[in-house]
Design a protein around this ligand. Structure first.
Ligand code: PLP
Length: 338
């Protein structure tokens, strides 16, 4: 065995040993999109992380699984997390906490609206204690998060804070496990896709997939479609996040900026602002396969995949990683345009 391969083996064992909270119904399905592929003119498969058995599912479940697995192992009984008012991550945290019998406090930015809709409605339904921080920046939000943890601890609770998007190094490793799950499915199908394409914002999903690929023997392109512009240098940020997550496994992944592929032309006018290409991709997938994507994340991610096919930069087979997210479909502003 070479040195590198024994280090990879050791890191894989570390990854397998991380405690799981048992949240997802895994593996999520991987299936071919027959009618969509025909319409697009390329062989396209889909990884269904929109179906995972927890509320409306989505990519954050894989992160919360490891983060809460560790929290439970350490005896924490309350999850405190934060995000925007309609955060998918916060809603997933509320769902995960409900499933595990933990209490959950959500600190959301903005003011309380007169009526709770979409994810906010679900946060309440899932039993979370929802608090509003007003119009503050991330630094203030994090300070307030720490204050809530201290106050809860003073009342005898054992509170645990998960960061925005649950994209801590440990949460990120949820997607290294997800890559291994996909690898096994591809192996069983005898399928060797050219690329995996998905929507990206905080970067945890992509960074985790990069770690998974570094621990595998599979050669495929990983393409992040930036739908939230988290950094002015996304490739640098993603490489750093991936290397930092691999360090949790005692592994020096040595992932360089040069191997990161980020598609930056699908953002349109900004985060959460629908684009014509995103809306068209949502409609095409819905009408050919009855699979729903949303205008903030997965619809723009899918539009990125279609743009790459159209420009001849991908020919297939391609796996579209459906990261979930539905609430924006029910946003009145989005619905008005349809
Ligand atoms: C539905 C959905 N897809 C994709 C993403 C992006 O994932 P990440 O933050 O890991 O880049 C998010 C993040 O909120 C999301 O909610």
């Amino acid at each position: 065995m070479t040195d590198r391969s024994s280090l990879v083996q050791a890191a894989r064992a570390e990854l397998a040993a991380l405690p799981s909270a048992g949240l997802g119904l895994w593996p999520t399905p991987l299936h071919r999109l027959e009618r969509f592929s025909e319409a697009v003119g390329a062989e396209i498969w889909i990884k269904r992380d929109d179906i995972q058995g927890v509320a409306l599912a989505g990519n954050k479940i894989r992160k919360f699984d490891l983060v809460l697995g560790q929290a439970l192992a350490k005896g924490y009984d309350t999850l405190v997390t934060t995000g925007a008012r309609q955060s998918n991550s916060a809603r997933t945290g509320a769902a995960a906490a409900a499933m595990l019998g933990m209490d959950c406090v959500l600190l959301l930015s903005g003011d309380e609206p007169p009526r709770a809709t979409a994810n906010l409605l679900l946060d309440h339904l899932l039993g979370a204690d929802v608090r509003f921080a007003g119009d503050v920046g991330w630094a203030d939000l994090n300070r307030e998060l720490d204050r809530i943890v201290t106050d809860l601890d003073a009342t005898g609770r054992r509170a645990f804070a998960a960061p925005v998007g649950c994209s801590s190094p440990l949460g990120t490793l949820g997607f290294a496990r997800a890559f291994q799950e996909l690898d096994g499915q591809l192996e069983a199908l005898g399928l060797a896709p050219e690329a995996v394409v998905h929507a990206s914002t905080s970067g945890g999903t992509h960074a985790g997939l990069l770690v998974g690929r570094a621990l595998s023997e599979r050669d495929l392109r990983l393409i992040a479609v930036d739908v939230g512009l988290i950094s002015r240098r996304p490739a640098f940020t993603l490489a750093r996040m991936a290397n930092r997550a691999a360090e949790e496994l005692g592994f020096d992944a040595g992932i360089s900026e040069a191997e990161i592929e980020v598609l930056e032309d699908q953002l349109g006018d900004g985060y959460a602002i629908p684009t014509p290409a995103g809306d068209a991709a949502i409609a095409l997938l819905a009408r050919t396969e009855a699979i729903l994507t949303d205008p903030v994340y997965s619809g723009k991610g899918l539009a990125g995949l279609l743009a790459l096919v159209e420009r001849g930069e991908l020919s297939g087979p391609i796996v579209f990683w459906h990261t979930g997210g539905y609430h924006a479909l029910f946003d009145p502003d989005f619905a008005e345009g349809h």
